[in-house]
Design a binder for this molecule. Structure first.
Ligand SMILES: Cc1ncc(COP(=O)(O)O)c(C=O)c1O
Length: 491
């Protein structure tokens, strides 16, 4: 007879099993690093071991990781970070004086003059001040208070922290959070983890993934039957759909949030990634304040930015910030307490963020190289955005909206019924089946649209526009050939 431990569990049985673990964690899904990517890593290993494949390398166009796709870091950023990491280099004549000055300023603000010390939990004060000045310049002078800035471990950490502050209640009183479909799966994953209710509102593919208030209202009214909607999340420019919202649309969303008493979360990590003619980035903060005190003194909001995207692409440093607007001071004290439990965001990431918000100025020696490098990255992305749309739209059965901004395209793929049936037979959703075949046959790693959500009966994939131009052309050509072959096989 098996002996029992004092809590009634048989001795020797695991404490932590699939049945006893937190069920919310089991519900979490994150397609961007899902089964396709795991298989891609396995295939890379097989290639290294000499297994013969119809291709010689796996091209990973699944994740918005610019440096992993070969983008070079901005020289000034790395010079200052090198100086901060190893201050003996401050004696080295190879480094420009402005980089040294920045490094000294950052080090002076660090405990013990070292990047290795913990910082204040909300982030280093002079960096928060620099962030506030950056926001003011970006928003045409609308004031920003450094006390409302929280530095974070990438934007992800700040987004999850704010959701954690907002989610509460049980049953029909549970917090409902409105997210777009398609969405960036950090949101659905965080909502599953927190046990919040996901309220899906659909972007309109037919009009370039636009957002309209009628759809927001539909989703909200339906959700009111079973939860308490309290939060509206917007990603602009959009991931995975690459749209840039018009000023009018942002105004409508703000009006809707006020009417419906919703907390706004504006994810603006792609704020410099705008390529299409006639499109411009408008920050939610700026539009909110331009709408006058009736809105700017009432609507509660958090907006997010990161060092991971734009022209920097420095995902590995995990730098980011959020600005909170109209947050109840007592709640803000709770937020400050919550972030203090994790001590502080990575200090090297904070230092990098400082350089992003406070780049070299025209009278400084590093200015011209900085501007040249920044412009080159953004021009290259704009060209690749154009190329991607153009080539995909030549393929029968693929329809691609313009990539107005961000780093992704989310084309629609027409799949023959026989392919859909075959996928079902194998227990796969059809676009997963398609992407798996593409990976096995061509070595291209994309993410199936189902990982982001899509209208019932439609199929997509997400591809980044980050591979170097020549490689991107090869990828597009290979997808074209694969799509034609796949469609023929199942028609
Ligand atoms: C829309 C959006 N928000 C947030 C993030 C998180 O970025 P990070 O945590 O690296 O700042 C990403 C990353 O791809 C993203 O696409």
């Amino acid at each position: 007879m098996s002996r029992e431990a004092t809590n009634g569990v048989p001795c020797g049985a695991r404490v932590l099993t699939l049945d006893t673990m937190n069920p919310n964690v089991r519900r979490v899904e994150y397609a961007v690093r899902g089964p396709i990517v795991q298989r891609a890593v396995q295939i890379e290993k097989e290639l290294r071991e000499g297994v013969k494949k119809p291709f010689t390398e796996v091209i990973k166009a699944n994740i918005g990781d610019a440096h992993a796709m070969g983008q070079r870091p901005i020289t000034f950023f790395r010079q200052v970070l090198a100086l901060c990491s190893y201050p003996e280099l401050l004696e080295d004549n190879k480094f420009p004086e402005d980089a040294k000055k920045r490094a000294r300023r950052i080090l002076d603000a660090c405990g013990g003059h070292s990047l290795g010390a913990y910082s204040a939990s909300q982030g280093i004060e002079c960096i928060r001040q620099d962030v506030a000045r950056y926001i003011e310049r970006r928003d045409g002078g609308i004031s920003s208070n450094p006390d409302n800035i929280y530095l974070s471990t990438g934007a992800s950490d700040a987004i999850v922290t704010i959701l954690k502050m907002l989610v509460c209640g049980e049953g029909r009183d549970r917090t409902g959070v409105m997210i777009s479909i398609p969405q960036y799966p950090l949101y659905s994953a965080a909502l599953a983890d927190l046990g919040a209710v996901q309220i899906s509102y659909y972007l309109e593919e037919e009009s370039c993934w636009s957002l309209n208030v009628t759809e927001l209202r539909r989703a909200l009214n339906e959700a009111k039957q079973h939860c308490k909607p309290r939060v509206l999340c917007i990603i602009n420019p959009g991931n995975p759909t690459g749209q840039v919202q018009s000023r009018q649309c942002i105004e409508d969303v703000i009006r809707f949030a006020k009417e419906e008493h919703l907390f706004l979360m504006a994810d603006e990590v792609y704020q410099d990634n705008v390529y299409a003619d006639g499109c411009k980035f408008h920050s939610f903060k700026k539009v909110l304040f331009e709408m006058g005190p009736e809105f700017s003194s009432k609507v509660e909001m958090a907006s997010f930015h990161s060092t991971s995207k734009c022209y920097m692409g420095e995902c590995g440093f995990r730098g980011g910030y959020m600005e909170v607007i109209n947050m109840d001071p007592q709640v803000k004290a709770q937020l400050t307490k919550l972030v203090s439990v994790r001590l502080c965001p990575p200090v090297p990431g904070q230092a990098l963020l400082d350089l992003v918000v406070n780049p070299p100025q025209p009278d400084e020696p590093s200015y011209s190289t900085f501007m040249k490098e920044r412009k080159a990255v953004l021009a290259d992305l704009a060209e690749k955005a154009r190329l991607t749309e153009e080539i995909f739209n030549t393929v029968p059965g693929i329809t691609c909206n313009p990539v107005q901004g961000a780093m992704y395209t989310f084309p629609r793929i027409a799949l023959p019924q026989k392919a859909i049936d075959k996928a079902k037979e194998q227990g796969l959703v059809p676009d997963m089946f398609y992407c798996m075949r593409l990976l096995e046959e061509e070595g291209i790693c994309l993410v199936p649209g189902s990982g982001f959500g899509q209208k019932e009966g439609t199929f997509h994939f997400r591809m980044t526009i980050l591979p170097p131009t020549e490689k991107l052309k090869v990828v597009l050509q290979k997808i074209r050939d694969f799509h034609l072959k796949f469609t023929q096989e199942f028609s």
